[in-house]
Write a protein that binds this ligand. Structure first.
Ligand code: ATP
Ligand code: MG
Length: 235
């Protein structure tokens, strides 16, 4: 793994298929709210929760990320999950990062509310807080108000501390933070769908990424559209 600079480091995991303005806005909002020195985007090599057959190959997803991050000097990419091979479990990734940092460095693993509310299904999810703080970022239409109940249920040792504006625990190192941001209603699923239908996605992701997608013919379904044959009475 590449060397890590900075004392407060955000980590944003995802499939990034493709990366979009929602990811960049989330990284920026968390950076500002928690005074992070840098955010490292970590593309999942083999996401355990997603259907592999429909996922774009890792080199293409990471190439798009590189293009998107090139104009953000404090945002970087880590290929650690590809280097490790096999299914990409976040607890392993955070452990790898922990080995690379000094004691005065603090890690903040960032997820949208949608991903956070599934965290109890992740491998050794409670271990995550031994390695890192967790940061939950608002993502419409997922509700923020039920977050407290979710934390109570799955992170019972963490209690909300008003002064620190975070859920903290006496026994575990990491805290859980909630960061709000102006909603960015963009998802990779929506982008893939729009491209397949031939609709524009210009406002949803950086131009370089849109050009790359076009050049590589990504997200166009392989099944030929035969509806025009039906309308002509050929089929
Ligand atoms: P897909 O639709 O394929 O699941 P996605 O848009 O959800 O893609 P991911 O790569 O799954 O993107 O997301 C990586 C992380 O970024 C997750 O924690 C997710 O919650 C967060 N995220 C993605 N889009 C947004 C957004 N618009 N606002 C806030 N957080 C987001
Ligand atoms: Mg997602």
């Amino acid at each position: 793994m590449e060397s890590i600079k900075g004392k407060r480091i955000g980590l944003l995991g995802g499939t990034f298929d493709p990366v979009h303005f929602g990811h960049l806005a989330a990284a920026k909002a968390v950076s500002e709210a928690l005074h992070l020195d840098t955010v490292i985007f970590i593309p999942a090599y083999q996401p355990p929760h997603k259907y592999h057959f429909s996922l774009s190959p890792f080199p293409k997803r990471s190439a798009m990320l590189e293009l998107a991050l090139s104009s953000w000097p404090r945002f970087h990419i880590s290929l650690v999950e590809a280097e490790r091979n096999g299914p990409s479990f976040t607890c392993d990734t955070l452990e790898d990062f922990c080995k690379k940092i000094t004691n005065d460095t603090r890690l903040f693993f960032i997820t949208g509310i949608d991903a956070f509310k599934e965290i109890h299904t992740w491998k050794k999810y409670q271990k995550l807080l031994q390695f890192s703080d967790l940061v939950v970022i608002a993502r419409p239409p997922h509700e923020e108000k039920s977050l407290g109940l979710y934390i109570e249920k799955y992170f019972a040792n963490h209690l909300y501390d008003q002064e620190k504006d975070a859920w903290i625990s006496q026994t575990e190192r990491g805290a859980i933070h909630l960061v709000s941001m102006s909603p960015v209603a963009i998802s990779s699923t929506e982008i893939r769908k729009r491209i397949d239908l031939g609709e524009g996605v210009e406002d949803m992701l950086p131009d370089d990424v849109a050009d790359y997608i076009k050049k590589k013919g990504l997200y166009k379904s392989k099944i030929p559209n035969t509806s025009f044959l039906i309308s002509k009475g050929i089929k």
